[in-house]
Ligand binder design. Structure first.
Ligand code: ADP
Ligand code: ADP
Length: 231
């Protein structure tokens, strides 16, 4: 795992929207940081700047002390697992092929990809004998999210970025996925930034919670215990 540092980061979109303004955050190695805030407060923009899907207008972002802007974006993204709402699995590929996407890009041989995919499916609680050959539409919403998590972990990334990973499923499945994910995190210990607008999820999942106001300004960065004990 690696630390993530954002220092005085800002993003103004071409149309003049100030999405993020002077945002600083330090996520220690192996820590799960939650970004919480109202819709439009800049949470997704921050994640997309970390993996360079978009460029910041100002400020510095480093992973393990290395400036992300000075790294090849394709290589950078292979070191970063990215999980989004509704996953974005490839519909015409099996579960196993979906999980193996990044490993394939890295040029691993087929056998190693299959073995790794099946190992990851086990880790996220999907029996490979049953699910590896299915297509995404043959899974429940909760199962698709698990495949998304398995895919994000496939190349053993330094960090995981998760944008509303459990929002698209019903509350009971969501609670189960949260609990299972925490158990998984206890073994893999990735450095994670997780975006949510659900305060219960933030408190349940976060080692530390960053509360954002409109315009991507940081209001507080505290542990769940600290947040709950404040008036
Ligand atoms: P959140 O993830 O907290 O809902 P976003 O990061 O998606 O917030 O958006 C932050 C702000 O930036 C919002 O006002 C949104 O409308 C705006 N925004 C997001 N993407 C773009 C874009 N491509 N062009 C212009 N404005 C954008
Ligand atoms: P969940 O509680 O995880 O949301 P669902 O009620 O959606 O589960 O699905 C129940 C079971 O049915 C799951 O094991 C899932 O794999 C299976 N299933 C769902 N859709 C299909 C399908 N199109 N073909 C085969 N099995 C399916």
């Amino acid at each position: 795992a690696a630390s993530i540092n954002l220092v005085d980061v800002g993003k103004v979109y071409p149309d003049g929207t100030v999405a993020v303004d002077g945002f600083s955050l330090e996520v220690r190695a192996g820590e799960l940081a939650v970004l919480i805030g109202a819709s439009g407060s800049g949470k997704s923009t921050i994640l997309r700047m970390i993996n360079r899907l978009i460029e910041p207008t100002r400020g510095t972002i480093t992973i393990d002390g290395r400036n992300v802007l000075e790294q090849d974006p394709v290589r950078l993204r292979r070191q970063i697992g990215y999980v989004i709402q509704n996953v974005g699995l490839f519909p015409h590929q099996t579960v196993r092929a979906n999980v193996g996407t990044v490993a394939r890009l890295l040029g691993w041989d087929r056998r190693r990809i299959s073995e790794r995919a099946d190992e990851l499916l086990e880790m996220v609680g999907l029996d490979p004998a049953r699910y590896a050959r299915r297509y995404p539409h043959e899974l429940s919403g909760g199962q698709r999210q698990r495949v998304g998590v398995a895919r994000a972990l496939a190349a053993d990334p330094l960090v995981l970025l998760m944008d509303e990973p459990f929002s698209a499923v019903d509350p009971i499945v969501r609670a189960r996925l949260q609990e299972e994910f925490l158990r998984l995190q206890a073994t893999v210990r990735k450095t994670i930034v997780l975006v949510t607008h659900d305060i219960d999820e933030a408190i349940r999942m976060g080692d530390r919670i960053a509360v954002l106001a409109d315009g991507g300004r940081l209001l507080q960065y505290a542990t769940p215990g600290e947040l709950l004990s404040r008036p």
